[in-house]
Design a protein around this ligand. Structure first.
Ligand SMILES: [Zn+2]
Length: 202
């Protein structure tokens, strides 16, 4: 297959390759910076397998789509830290936004000291450097997985999705989240973050 890069040059491969493998083949430095790919104009995960002639752009934190993948990965790290420190917390959603990311949890209000403790736990998770592993499940199994983790909002989210929607999950170490991605390859690729209290909802 022939992969046309953003600068008009191209690479040829005789086997299917993930976006990340292609980035690594272009340069190790680019692979280290890679946050996502743009495959025929569509933002895709670094784990996406490319198996036909395509145009591919590797996006980094300098690109809006790269920033989104980076920030959204950081939101998963926050969720993992919250579940470690507050096992009874329930997860809702945690998207990236223009100025960073947020994650909506069902748990009592947190003060600055609690956020500081979460930042410490997040740094620990980043240092552990678990790979994010993507997998998909049929609807019934996806619901069963989220029920087994006592995550009623995730069960609702799955039930609200169209029946034919692909249900993907990303796992990092002991933490798994329902998620469409894309994500960085590992939590260790997160360099810096800061938690802020925006407002108390209750
Ligand atoms: Zn996610």
């Amino acid at each position: 297959m022939k992969i046309t890069l953003k600068d008009g040059s191209f690479k040829e491969y005789d086997k299917a390759m993930s976006v990340y493998e292609i980035a690594s083949d272009i340069s190790e430095g680019l692979a280290r910076m890679a946050c996502a790919g743009e495959l025929d104009g569509k933002v895709v995960d670094l784990r996406t397998i490319v198996d036909q002639d395509s145009s591919l752009n590797i996006v980094t934190f300098n690109d809006a789509a790269g920033k989104a993948a980076y920030r959204h990965t950081t939101s998963h790290v926050l969720a993992q830290a919250v579940k470690r420190l507050y096992p009874e917390a329930k997860l809702a959603i945690g998207p990236s936004i223009d100025t960073g990311f947020y994650y909506d949890f069902d748990l009592p209000s947190l003060d600055r000291a609690a956020l500081d403790a979460l930042e410490v736990e997040m740094k620990k998770i980043i240092k552990e450097g678990a790979d994010l592993v993507r997998f998909t499940l049929p609807r019934a199994e996806a619901i069963a997985l989220m029920q087994s983790k006592n995550e009623p909002y995730k069960v609702e989210l799955i039930e609200d999705l169209p029946v034919d929607a692909e249900l993907s999950f990303y796992q990092q170490g002991d933490f798994v989240d329902l998620c469409a991605g894309p994500h960085l390859m590992s939590t260790k690729n997160i360099k810096a973050f800061k938690l802020r209290i925006l407002k108390h909802l209750s």
